[in-house]
Design a binder for this molecule. Structure first.
Ligand code: NAD
Length: 300
């Protein structure tokens, strides 16, 4: 039987509605409007599209967003000064630096300048460390979105074999940590992995985030596996595809997320979730209101 399709668009829409209500309640109770600053340096066309999608999404859930665009030759000192100003601004609860940055900038220094309580992308070393020991404050958005998709469709995680293909700092590694935190047995594969199929075929849960179209084909997938395709690749004709050969993988899997319409809508949604959660925590610190003091930390 062909796999059921996981509708990321629908899951994302439901979460946005839930968080729109949460953001309205926060305003009603404390007068706080969640605020997100998005910083971009340079003129990468894909980054421009991502930034404008994030700004639009903010409005849909009651987040006030501000965009800061810098030329490609911005100095590190200028960029860091802006981040420090925003870190001190009480109207801003989340700061996002759109990646990639121009090559002359030291990404570690730039991300390290973000106030760790406003690090809604979860890339500050403090938050990375929190994720490693299971005390997550800001889960990185893409793997956080994947966890929500798995939970939404009721996939059991504890004790299952999970294989993550891709080991980047923003997707593969945090993904593996989140699955480990939920007691899956996790293998991580990457470009130097020999014989990828010998790992993928063992996966009950297969997460693919490599950026290679058709990397995963049906015979590499265990019958009945849950497959989440994180990859986004634009083919020469303009078509958007993931890392899996959808048709052959869907014949083996029990559940599969499509591209587009799978993980993509969840990534932006989790940014909104992290920003509203940051605003709730800031309001709780400021007012010590009992109802907000326990503003929940994410379960990943
Ligand atoms: P990256 O280039 O930083 O990392 C890619 C990882 O995949 C590396 O660890 C590399 O070793 C591994 N890899 C590359 N080729 C491989 C191969 N042939 N076999 C096994 N492993 C291989 O990329 P990233 O930022 O982690 O993104 C990965 C993919 O996910 C890209 O297609 C990106 O566009 C997509 N992405 C999607 C979303 C979303 O919201 N859906 C968000 C972030 C990234």
């Amino acid at each position: 039987m062909p796999a059921s399709i996981i509708d990321g668009q629908a899951v994302a829409a439901a979460m946005r509605e839930q968080y729109r209500l949460r953001s309205a309640a926060l305003f009603e109770q404390t007068g706080t409007t969640p605020g997100l600053a998005v910083i971009m340096a340079g003129d990468d066309p894909a980054s421009r599209i991502y930034v404008s999608k994030k700004i639009q999404a903010c409005a849909s859930v009651g987040i006030a967003s501000r965009k800061f665009l810098f030329p490609a030759d911005v100095t590190q000192a200028e960029l860091i000064r802006q981040i420090e100003d925003l870190s001190a601004d009480p109207g801003i609860h989340g700061i996002l630096v759109q990646l990639p940055l121009p090559k002359h900038l030291d990404i570690k220094a730039v991300l390290g300048a973000i106030d760790r309580d406003k690090d809604v992308d979860g890339f500050h070393l403090y938050n990375v460390g929190g994720l490693v020991i299971g005390e997550t404050v800001f889960p990185p958005c893409t793997p956080y979105g994947v966890m929500h998709l798995l939970d939404h469709v009721g996939v059991e995680i504890a004790g299952r074999n999970a294989v993550v293909v891709g080991a980047s700092n923003i997707v593969g590694k945090p993904m593996a940590l989140m699955l480990m935190q939920r007691e899956a047995t996790v293998s991580v594969c990457h470009a130097r992995t020999r014989d990828l199929a010998q790992f993928t075929i063992l996966a009950d849960i297969l997460i693919v985030a490599a950026g290679c179209p058709n990397l995963i084909v049906g015979p590499m997938v265990k019958s009945g596996a849950v497959v989440i395709d994180v990859g986004i690749n634009r083919l020469p004709g303009g078509k958007l595809v993931g890392d899996c050969d959808f048709d052959s993988v869907a014949k083996r899997a029990s559940l599969i997320s499509p591209v587009p319409g799978g993980v993509g809508p969840m990534t932006v949604t989790m940014l909104l979730v992290n920003t509203i959660a940051a605003a709730e925590r800031a309001a709780a610190r400021r007012t010590a209101a009992p109802s907000l003091r326990s503003a929940d930390l994410p379960a990943v």
